[in-house]
Structure formats: structure tokens, C-alpha cells
Ligand binder design. Structure first.
Ligand code: GLU
Length: 718
């Protein structure tokens, strides 16, 4: 009877939960059937949103490199963010034709320029393959072995799927660590071309200063077009390729949305950590986020300092500064969120209650009683060795020449261990081309004038680690200079002993499949050898720990769903997700109300000729106030960006924001500063994402770019 009562309670609780908006909102397609979409505000039929057996809205959604985009015409035209297209525009920009600064517009299809290296993906179907992936794991208690079995099964299943589905890319994604695996089949598009990218002063208005900030006034959008071979198959760029005909494309709602309207987003959010245990939160808050943001701040300062020496250095460092600044500001936002919400303490409290719940039930106790304590034990170790491990994790990133030295040393070590001459020859034939690719990738980043001070700083930091975190090769290096602290000249001396950034010599040594590169006497390779030995040793320990955590986290998820009486939404993992909510303002800080719309008036007000540079044409157009039907009726202005309480993260860049009928009303591109913490915990009070209003997109196309052909192609009449 008691059992029956309990399960009745469970069923009722589950029902109650499913009829309300949950707090974790990045729903995989498989979860859509469990959301009361009509009640939430959706006006279109759910089957038109997602139909596994036919065409639906999700067929218009595209993964664009690491971002998202959506088709807006029958001829493969797709819209994404300016910051997602940035690198491809940079690649075709020259001093004479500065498309970054002035923008890019193809007036005809012939003028469309290839976005070299960009690959797009469309989700075509999916299937739960957890049983196949976990097959055989029950028979081992060895954590490293378990991980190996899982990796082996993933390879076997995806290889066979790829073989059976020519033309598609089949990938398996881990939805819950060590527990749930889903196979996704993707259609690939490999010939993608630039159609329209606004001038940087529109697409990135406010630059770094406004990044992760609301109020925002940025036209962060761009148009691309996908092409395929004449027979419809995916093909690399070829002038005979034809525009891709998507199964579905989005209709634009020229009237946009208003305050409090229902909106939803479909896209490929990258990574969230909500299903991780409290110890993971502690590690991130107290170690990882702090370490990385401090290190990046230091590197940014150094690059700014060096940049003062010349304009060319300033240009050279601008891209790297931008990318590090994007991360460090995000991490500081997260740290603020941790503090304000008291997140780690809340998580610990929740886990204490969960442990009590487990302990109160003998069945659960025998199965999961040790899960949280075991996880905590592993994290104690992770935290104990955090300084040393973080040092290793970020060392090579800051020192590309040393990174290449380490790569050469790693290959050399394997090569030296091979005895059979034939095997040696085969190794060289297969691996030297890979090493050459690594060189090409790193060569562009090698920059001793920046690397040397970075290395000095990191080595100095390492000499101050507690004894448990001692980096042996740093101590050995340091001992060469008795009685003195490490100084720049010591690092200069080290770099004077390397020829690894001599491109001519490297290309010669790597030109054929000989062992010439392994015979090179090089001080930096010898120096990297010490790090490699240590890293390889610690990697082995990490692998075992990862194996243990993988099976513990599977148990943790099971125990947590018993405790919470509900199924969870898996953390974001770059697979297709749905999130919904409302256009809504909020209080980011005490007494500070933020409206959900910004307008062209604000763009004009911000202009200062420095961080906010403005094209004359925008000022002229503003003076005329000629917005036609694009005007926001309540604000009596042209809307530029808007804010909504949806659940998004990196990777959602470029995702379409859709109204209740599934029409395009905005392009998602960022989050407010207070929302950076939502990778760990979403909350209506502080989670707000930012989109470019479709009315601003259309206005820029019509009035600034004079791209009537793009508007016509989308079927937009203004
Ligand atoms: N603007 C973000 C970035 O550059 C992407 C969107 C988000 O994280 O919300 O990483």
C-alpha cells in the first residue's frame, strides 16, 4: 500500500512538473512532446514545428560551423551572426578591399565569395543508442576499461551508421555522462558563400565594450548561401555547384514582436554544466574560472603593451585580444553570478538533501549511497592538484612554439620506441604529414616577442606552487640559475636555442617522410620533453579518474531523478535544442530596470567616434526617420535589439528567434552579463538573451546596403 501511495505521489508530482515551465529549458527534440506548448503561447501546430516523419520548421535550422543559422529562402539563403561570418570576411579582406570595415555585398550570385572551410550541418534524424554504446560495460569494474569500451562502441556504431547512410554524417553525442547516448544523422553542406555582411561598425557596434552587455545596439547578422553539387550531394566549392534547396525555410514577420510576446529559439547550444555535481561547481568557481580570467587578463595587457610599439602589432594582436576578452568577460560574469546566487552553497545544500533522501531508502542506499561521497573524493584530488593541472592545460596555448616543440618530442618518443625498420618507415610515412599540418597550424601563431613574457610569467607562477603541485621540469630549469629569480634573459636564452620558428628549415625537414626533424638538436624540444613526460604521466591518472567519474555521474543522474521525481533535460552538447519564453525586460541590478528593446535613437546617442563609430549614412537616415512599416508602434522608433528570458548559450549565436506562429523575428547573438551564469543555473530573474530585431536587419538591407534583391528573395515587401 505504501509503495502504491509513493508511486501515486510520484506520478502526480511528475504531472504537476510537466504542466509548468521547467527551469532548464534547452529541450532536445525528443522532449518536445512533453512540453505544453499551446499553454506556453505557441500558436502554430506542434507538428509543424517538429515532425519526425515529414517536413517541419526544424528542417530550416542549420549548424553553421560553431554557430547556428536558418534558411530564409528556397535557394539556400541563410541568416546567421556577423561574428560567425567574421573570420571568413577577414580572410578575403585586403587593405584595398577592406570588407571587414566596409561590409560585403554580392549583387549577383556570381559575386558571392566562398567562406573557405565553413561546413554546415542539418539534423536529419536521431535515435537513442545508449544500449549499444554501453554494451559490455557491466562486465568490468575497471574505470579506464569502461571508458575504452564506451569509446570503442561509439566508433563501431557510428562507423556502421556512416557506412549505411552514404551522404550523411552520423555522430553519437553523450547526453548524460556515462549513461545516455544519441545518434544524430546530419546532412552536410560544404560549399557556403558570403552574400551580405554589414560593415563592422554596424555588425559589431560597441565592440568589446558592449560585449555581454545590455542595453545593446549591434546589427550582429550576416547572410550566406549554401551550395551543393548539381546532383544535390554535398560538395566542396565548385563553380558548377547549384544553390541548395532546403526542405523548409523561414518566413519573416516584418512586424517583429512586442514586449511580453511569446518567442522561441531553435539552435545548437554548445555546453552547459547544470547536471554536474556540487564539487564541480566548487572547482569552477574557486579555481578554473579565476585562473583563466586572470591569465587572459594578463595576456591581454601584455598584447596591448606590445601593440603600442607599432600599428602592425596592434592589428596582429587584435583578433587574439578579441577572443581572449570575450572569454575573460564571460568568466567574470560567471564569477559574479556564482557570488550573487550563492550557487555552490545552494548546490551543496541540494546534494545534502539528496544524500538524506538516498540514505532513507534502503534500496537506493545500497545502489547510490556512495555516489556523492565518491564524487567528492575525486574532486578533492582534482582541487588538490588544480594549480599544476591548470598550468599544464593553458601552457601550450600561450606558447605555440613550445607547443610545436612538444608535438615533435611526442612523435619522436613514439618513433624511437619502434624497433622494426619497416614499422619505422610506415610510421614516418603516416605521421610526418600530420606533424607538418600541426606546424602549418601553429606557425601563424608563433610569436616569440609575446610567447617569451607569457612563458616567464607562467614559469614564475609555477615556482610558487605548493610542494604537492611542484612542476618538476620547471624546478629543474629554475635550478640552472642558482641564487636568482627567473628573468626574461633566461627565457631569451632558451628561445635562442630553437630553430622551430624558422619556416624554411621546418618545411625542408618536414618535406619528405624522413626522420630529419627527429635528428634536429633543439633546446626547446629538450625543454618540452620534460613537460611531456609529466603531462603523459598525469594524463594517465586523469583518464582513470575520468572513467570513475563517468560511471559515478551515471549513478548520480539516476539518484537525482529519483530524488527530484522527474527526468532532466540533458546539458547542452552542441545538438539541436528548443527553448521558449517571453520578450521581457528585467532588473539586472538594484533599482536598474532594463527595457527589452533598444532603438536607432540609442545607436545615435552612443556615438563617440572611438568605441562607437558610426557610418554617416546611418546618421543621415536617422535624421529622416523613414522607417515605414518597420517602426515599433509603441516606441515610435526603429527597434535594433531585444531581450528575452530564454535559455541560450554559446553556439546559439545566429539562432533564429521565432514568434508564436514560427516566423522569424530576430537573430540571437549574445546574453546579458548577468546571464553568463546560466551555463550553471538558469533563472528567470537574471537570464536574458539578446537578439537583433528583424526590423533592423531589414532596414539595414533596404536603406544602408541597398540589397533589394536579398529582400525580394526572402519575399519581404516593405
Ligand atoms: N556572444 C556569445 C559569444 O560570443 C555567443 C552567444 C552566447 O553565448 O549567448 O560567445
Amino acid at each position: 500500500m505504501r509503495k502504491l501511495l509513493l508511486s501515486l505521489v510520484a506520478v502526480t508530482t511528475m504531472f504537476l512538473l510537466s504542466s509548468h515551465k521547467t527551469d532548464e529549458g534547452m529541450f532536445p527534440l525528443s522532449e518536445l512532446k512533453n512540453i505544453k506548448l499551446k499553454k506556453a503561447g505557441l500558436k502554430m501546430k506542434p507538428i509543424a514545428l517538429y515532425n519526425p516523419n515529414g517536413v517541419s520548421l526544424i528542417d530550416a535550422i542549420v549548424r553553421v560551423g560553431g554557430c547556428t543559422g536558418s534558411f530564409v529562402s528556397n535557394d539556400g539563403l541563410l541568416v546567421t551572426n556577423h561574428h560567425c561570418a567574421f573570420g571568413f570576411v577577414q580572410a578575403i579582406s585586403t587593405v584595398q578591399n577592406n570588407f571587414i570595415k566596409n561590409g560585403f555585398l554580392a549583387k549577383t550570385r556570381m559575386e558571392e565569395s566562398p567562406a573557405k572551410g565553413l561546413v554546415c550541418k542539418i539534423t536529419s534524424s536521431y535515435a537513442d543508442v545508449s544500449a549499444q554504446v554501453l554494451m559490455g560495460t557491466q562486465s568490468t569494474n575497471d574505470p579506464a576499461e569502461r571508458i575504452k569500451i564506451i569509446a570503442g562502441n561509439i566508433k563501431t556504431v557510428s562507423d556502421s551508421e556512416n557506412k549505411n547512410n552514404p551522404g550523411l554524417l552520423c555522430e553519437i553525442s553523450e547526453m548524460f555522462t556515462g549513461r545516455t547516448y544519441v545518434l544524430f544523422r546530419y546532412k552536410l553542406l560544404k560549399d557556403v558563400r558570403l552574400v551580405y555582411v554589414p560593415a563592422r561598425s554596424i555588425g559589431e557596434y560597441g565592440g568589446e565594450r558592449d560585449n555581454w552587455v545590455w542595453p545593446r545596439h549591434s546589427g550582429d547578422f550576416a547572410f550566406l548561401r549554401a551550395y551543393v553539387a548539381p546532383d544535390g550531394s554535398a560538395a566542396e566549392y565548385n563553380e558548377n555547384n547549384i544553390p541548395f534547396k532546403p526542405a523548409k525555410y523561414l518566413k519573416v514577420n516584418v512586424k517583429g514582436v512586442n514586449d511580453n510576446d511569446f518567442v522561441f529559439v531553435l539552435g545548437y547550444p554548445g555546453r552547459t554544466y547544470r547536471n554536474q555535481p556540487a564539487a564541480f561547481y566548487k572547482y569552477h568557481e574557486e579555481y578554473m574560472l579565476k585562473y583563466v580570467s586572470d591569465l587572459y587578463d594578463w595576456q591581454i595587457n601584455k598584447m596591448e603593451e606590445l601593440g603600442q610599439e607599432s600599428d602592425s602589432l596592434q592589428i596582429k594582436y587584435s583578433g587574439k585580444i578579441k577572443s581572449l576578452a570575450n572569454t575573460t568577460k564571460n568568466f567574470k560574469g560567471k564569477l559574479q553570478g556564482f557570488r550573487r546566487v550563492g550557487l555552490t552553497a545552494k548546490k551543496v545544500e541540494e546534494e545534502t538533501q539528496m544524500q538524506n533522501f538516498i540514505n532513507a531508502n534502503p534500496g537506493l542506499k545500497s545502489q547510490y549511497g556512495n555516489v556523492i561521497p565518491e564524487i567528492n573524493k575525486l574532486y578533492e584530488e582534482i582541487i588538490k592538484f588544480a594549480p599544476r593541472n591548470l598550468f599544464y592545460d593553458y601552457l601550450y596555448n600561450a606558447t605555440p612554439t613550445l607547443q610545436f616543440a612538444a608535438a615533435v618530442n611526442n612523435y619522436k618518443q613514439v618513433y624511437d620506441e619502434i624497433i622494426n625498420p619497416e614499422d619505422k618507415t610506415r610510421f614516418l610515412k603516416n605521421q610526418i604529414p600530420k606533424l607538418k599540418t600541426t606546424f602549418h597550424r601553429l606557425y601563424g601563431q608563433m610569436d616569440p616577442s609575446l610567447e617569451k613574457p607569457c612563458l616567464l610569467k607562467m614559469l614564475k607562477d609555477a615556482t610558487a606552487f605548493d610542494p604537492a603541485n611542484e612542476v618538476v621540469s620547471v624546478t629543474a630549469f629554475y635550478k640552472q640559475y642558482p641564487g636568482s629569480a627567473l628573468r626574461q634573459e633566461h627565457i631569451d636564452e632558451l628561445y635562442s636555442k630553437t630553430k622551430l620558428n624558422d619556416v624554411k628549415l621546418m618545411l625542408k625537414l618536414l618535406s619528405d617522410s624522413s626522420d630529419a626533424i627527429f635528428n634536429l638538436q633543439d633546446g626547446l624540444i629538450d625543454f618540452a620533453a620534460g613537460f611531456n613526460t609529466e603531462i603523459n604521466r598525469y594524463d594517465e591518472i586523469d583518464r582513470i579518474r575520468e572513467g570513475k567519474l563517468s560511471s559515478l555521474l551515471a549513478g548520480y543522474t539516476d539518484a537525482k531523478s529519483a530524488f527530484k521525481q522527474k527526468q532532466f533535460i540533458p546539458d547542452a552538447n552542441a545538438t539541436l535544442r528548443f527553448t521558449y519564453g517571453r520578450v521581457r525586460g528585467y532588473y539586472p541590478n538594484d533599482a536598474e530596470w532594463n527595457n527589452p528593446f533598444t532603438t536607432l535613437k540609442g545607436v545615435i546617442e552612443k556615438e563617440d567616434g572611438k568605441d562607437y563609430e558610426l557610418l554617416q549614412v546611418i546618421k543621415d537616415l536617422y535624421a529622416m526617420k523613414d522607417y515605414g512599416i518597420l517602426i515599433h508602434p509603441d516606441l515610435n522608433e526603429l527597434p535594433v535589439n531585444f531581450l528575452y528570458n530564454l535559455d541560450t548559450t554559446g553556439g546559439n549565436s545566429g539562432s533564429p528567434v521565432l514568434d508564436a506562429w514560427g516566423n522569424l523575428v530576430g537573430i540571437n547573438f549574445d546574453r546579458a552579463y548577468t546571464a553568463t551564469i546560466n551555463d550553471y543555473a538558469w533563472n528567470e530573474s537574471y537570464s536574458r538573451s539578446v537578439a537583433v530585431d528583424i526590423r533592423y536587419v531589414l532596414w539595414v538591407l533596404q536603406k544602408v546596403a541597398k540589397a533589394q534583391h536579398v529582400l525580394d528573395e526572402m519575399g519581404v515587401k516593405l
